[in-house]
Design a protein around this ligand. Structure first.
Ligand code: ADP
Ligand code: ASP
Ligand code: MG
Length: 439
């Protein structure tokens, strides 16, 4: 279909002023599908309320809910001068607050928690729908809970989504734009669920893929993917082009601007993804597309909370059998390995999920001596890194890290990244040194 998908994150819709700003941007952009996150802070607040409810701390839940309500009351007050629309939107928002209040009376279930978490996106789209109406924009509503669905394994059910979403769009052809919620979905049993924290990017990418959109735009609070994480690194600058593999590596290894799952649907359907800044809409941002390799280092990302596990075998077992047993153990406990390094006598791997660590270590002790180090960070240098080109990226990366103890090094799994494992305490220093030397 000849349309774009425009996704706006939490900060981009975080206040009445920002909502007005987004309305201006989408009205000028054509007949597109607009995907919204919850207003910034809302999903966190809903998580907090759920936590109080699980702990049966009703006053805590009530107080947090009251402050959420006041925040939304103030936004309604500021956003609308049409009293009828203000009344209607207030009524819609009130459904959320009374729904949550009712939950305080009984046992709080995990299914109810999912329903609570879904309310953030339902509220932000209600606010936007009312505001667009006030501006005279004809806006078609596409309720995500009516088309966004995951299959048995938790993956998006693309067939279901395609038929339902396309039908809904065909039913409302005479509109200026369509509006929908990111993040929220139903599972294979039809129960309300979500695509995990930060998952609105994923929603946008899935929607873009099933509609075969021209482009997927991720609008956020920064002018594209930077060379490093600006929360920790000084003097970063935006990267103009990334190809899909580079973007996927950066997202997976911690560049928060993109949700890790978001790249795949766009890549499979070859739909360009553009990262843009709502605070500075004319900035070029970052274009992610099927670019040919250009032999440059693009950016550095870091993944926190990594645990390294070393298994040293007394015998020379690495020839065969040993690695198999090690991997089988991780597989048995559904624990993914991020990074690995081998030698004749042992292997080191890293994991970010430590839920089954004790069991895994216990079993690994059958094959060798096991050491565990926590509080580590994977630092991932990403770009077009052909091993035999002349850019010398391996030497430059290690040279930049002079003085920082490096626990593991990995390159060669793909031509897109070189990763090093360092102590969490050295993360900021290492990231700044890399940014200074590589860009
Ligand atoms: P949204 O609410 O719009 O989804 P996010 O907070 O999820 O926004 O993502 C944007 C944030 O990602 C930026 O404000 C920035 O702090 C952070 N970030 C981390 N790494 C990078 C990077 N390499 N480039 C740009 N932003 C990054
Ligand atoms: N509102 C959800 C969250 O805060 C989804 C998103 O913003 O992408 O995680
Ligand atoms: Mg995000």
């Amino acid at each position: 279909m000849h349309m774009k998908v425009l996704k706006f994150g939490g900060t981009s819709v975080g206040s009445a002023e920002r909502i007005r700003n987004v309305a201006r941007l989408v009205t000028d952009a054509g007949r597109n599908v607009v995907v919204l996150s919850a207003m910034s802070g809302t999903t966190n607040t809903l998580v907090e309320i759920s936590d109080y409810l699980h702990k049966k701390n009703i006053p805590g839940a009530q107080e947090t809910l009251n402050s959420l309500r006041s925040k939304y009351d103030a936004v309604v007050e500021e956003l609308y001068d049409n009293a009828e629309i203000a009344e209607r939107v207030s009524h819609e928002l009130e459904r959320t607050f009374s729904f949550i209040s009712h939950l305080m009376e009984n046992e709080f279930t995990h299914a109810e928690e999912k329903e609570v978490l879904a309310r953030g996106e339902l509220m932000s789209t209600a606010l936007m729908q009312g505001y667009l109406e006030q501006c005279g924009v004809r806006c078609g509503m596409l309720p995500a809970l009516d088309y966004m669905r995951t299959a048995q394994g938790g993956e998006p059910d693309i067939r279901y989504i395609t038929t339902h979403l396309r039908r809904m769009i065909d039913l409302e052809p005479d509109v200026d734009l369509w509006l929908t919620q990111g993040y929220i979905c139903r599972n294979a049993y039809g129960e309300v669920n979500n695509l995990r924290r930060g998952g609105s990017d994923y929603s946008a990418s899935i929607i873009g893929a099933v509609l075969n959109a021209e482009e997927i735009q991720i609008w956020t609070d920064i002018d594209g993917m930077h060379t490093g994480d600006p929360r920790f690194v000084e003097n970063t600058r935006p990267v103009s082009n990334l190809h899909f593999e580079e973007a996927a590596e950066l997202a997976y290894f911690g560049a928060k601007i993109l949700h890790p799952t978001c790249v795949l649907p766009a890549k499979l359907h070859n739909i360009p993804v553009r990262l843009l800044n709502t605070m500075d809409p004319s900035a070029p941002g970052t274009l992610i597309a099927n670019f040919p390799p250009d032999g440059t280092i693009k950016a550095v990302a870091a993944k926190d909370d990594i645990t390294a596990i070393k298994i040293k075998s007394g015998r020379m077992l690495l020839a065969y059998g040993f690695l198999y047993k090690v991997f089988e153990t991780f597989d048995k406990y559904n624990t993914a390995i991020d990074m690995m390094a081998t030698s004749e006598v042992g292997v080191s791997v890293t994991v970010d999920n430590t839920e089954h660590l004790a069991d895994i270590v216990d079993e690994l002790k059958n094959f060798g001596t096991v050491t565990v180090e926590s509080d580590m960070v994977i630092i991932c240098v990403v770009g077009d890194l052909e091993w035999d080109d002349s850019s010398d990226f391996q030497a430059r990366t290690l040279d930049a890290l002079r003085g920082v103890p490096v626990r593991m090094i990995s390159y060669g799994g793909s031509n897109y990244n070189i990763s090093v494992l360092v102590r969490a305490a050295d993360k900021v220093r290492a990231l700044n040194m890399l940014n200074q030397h590589l860009f």
